[in-house]
Each structure stands twice: as C-alpha cells, then as structure tokens.
Design a protein around this ligand. Structure first.
Ligand code: SF4
Length: 174
C-alpha cells in the first residue's frame, strides 16, 4: 500500500506479462537427486528462422516433490541455461600444469580409455586377504549426474560393474 494506492494488482499483472506468451516445458532440476520439477518458459513460435529463447524458469506447482518450490541452486537454473561461460567441449589440465587446454572429443575419449585400462591393469584385486575371489577395482570411481537418463545409467552400471568398479554414484532414480 503506497500513498493510499494499492499497487499490488498492477504489479501482479506486470509479473504475469513476462510469461504471457511463452511455451511451458516441464523438466527436472539437474543439480541434485531430490529432482524437483521445474517449468521452463520459452519465447518464440518455432516458425522457420526463429530461435526460441528461455526467458524464465520456475518451480512446478503441480510437481509432487517440490510443489513449486526451488532451493537457491534450482532457482538459478535460468542463469545456467543462459551462461556464456558454460563449457561446450572437453578441456584437460595436464599433470603439473596451471591451466586448462582444449582437447578434441576423440582425443579425450582415447586418453580416458587409456587411463582407465592402465589404472585397472595396475591395481585390480582378484582375491582379498582371506583368499576370497573379489575381482574389484578400488582405484576408479564414477560419479554421474541426476539428469542422466535411466537408459544411460543402466549402461553406466553395466560398464562400471564389468570393470569391477565399486565406487559408483549416478544420482539415479533407478
Ligand atoms: S531445486 Fe534444489 S533441492 Fe530441488 S533438485 Fe534442484 S538442487 Fe535439488
């Protein structure tokens, strides 16, 4: 209430206009395994030569987990989507180096495969101290993300278990 005028209806209408012509897409916050529901608002009619633009992200009031609420990380999703510092290609920091350098996808995958093989070959444990067969690799760990699909996580579990990896976390709802 200001000077006898109640500005709330006007302000409420102004807030509504921001998403008045947007397309709503329901999604899941990628930051943690709570998996809160979000609504992503995009502008653009998807016609030829039109690039849709995210203009707002908010909690999904119909989602049973969060009922429209988001923690500070989830509330910053808009800034993650439109962040020009977001990495779009692999980078590597070599041992002893103080900086990151660009690397091609092919080179990155080849180097990762080589490191995994060498580490596993050097440290694989076939039997424990009591002579029990364990076939495990304790020197490699895998950490995934909660936006990975069930299908990807299925393959991750199969791959890591086949390597003998015990330390496996993929935030999966599987
Ligand atoms: S909004 Fe917060 S609590 Fe919810 S999934 Fe995202 S990071 Fe987790």
């Amino acid at each position: 209430m200001l000077l006898g005028f109640d500005a709330r209806p006007v302000l409420a209408q102004a807030r509504g206009l921001k998403i008045a012509r947007t397309t709503e897409t329901r999604s899941t916050c990628p930051y943690c395994s709570v998996s809160c529901g979000v609504i992503i608002h995009t502008l653009g009619d998807k016609a030829k030569n039109v690039t849709t633009q995210v203009v707002h992200v908010e909690g999904d009031p119909d989602h049973p987990i969060n009922r429209g609420t988001l923690c500070p990380k989830g509330a910053s999703l808009y800034n993650e989507i439109l962040n020009d510092r977001r990495l779009l290609k692999p980078v590597v920091r070599r041992p002893g180096s103080d900086h990151w350098e660009d690397i091609s996808w092919d080179q990155a995958l080849t180097e990762i495969a080589r490191h995994i093989k060498k580490t596993r070959d050097d440290t694989f444990i076939e039997t424990d101290a009591d002579g029990h067969t364990v076939n495990r690799c304790e020197t490699i760990a895998f950490n995934g993300g909660c936006t990975d699909t069930n299908e990807l996580n299925y393959l991750v579990v199969k791959t890591m278990r086949s390597l003998g990896v015990c330390y496996l976390e993929n935030q999966a709802r599987v």
